[in-house]
Design a protein around this ligand. Sequence first.
Ligand SMILES: [Zn+2]
Length: 161
Amino acid sequence: MRWQYHKLTSGAAIYAVTGGYFPTCMAMIGSILPDLLEMGIVRHRTATHWPPPWIVLALVSYETCRLFPNVWMYLFSFICIGALLHLGEDYLSVTGIPFLSPGSRRRGAELYVTGTMGEAILVMLVTGLFLLLAWRRGFFTTGHAMEEIVKVKSLSALFWR
Ligand SMILES: [Zn+2]
């Protein structure tokens, strides 16, 4: 799947679930990591597209910030969740992702071929569905935006103190 599409679908999914601006941004960054980490060195859709390390990272970071609330760990956990969503989105393609080991045969749901109109339609459908859900949950109201802006301001104060 193309990077813009990964950001769209993952961002919409996390926004529909959390309604948070920061978790959504972090998930969008995480959603391109599996491809970014290949850096032209790792064979496409192998080690960086193998789910177990991402699942462990997401669980450990999520659990750590549940036990010891920490904003950095919280944001990191959404980067890992974004990466996992990337794997889920690639799984839906014809090429798929490896499951047994990083180099094992890739399996996919065969719903689209990367770079085709089918991919674009699927992305629009999934993104639209999540945005509709977010709208139904009241995440597009002015009141919600005001709450989120306060959070963004207090968190950015940590960066530029
Ligand atoms: Zn990928």
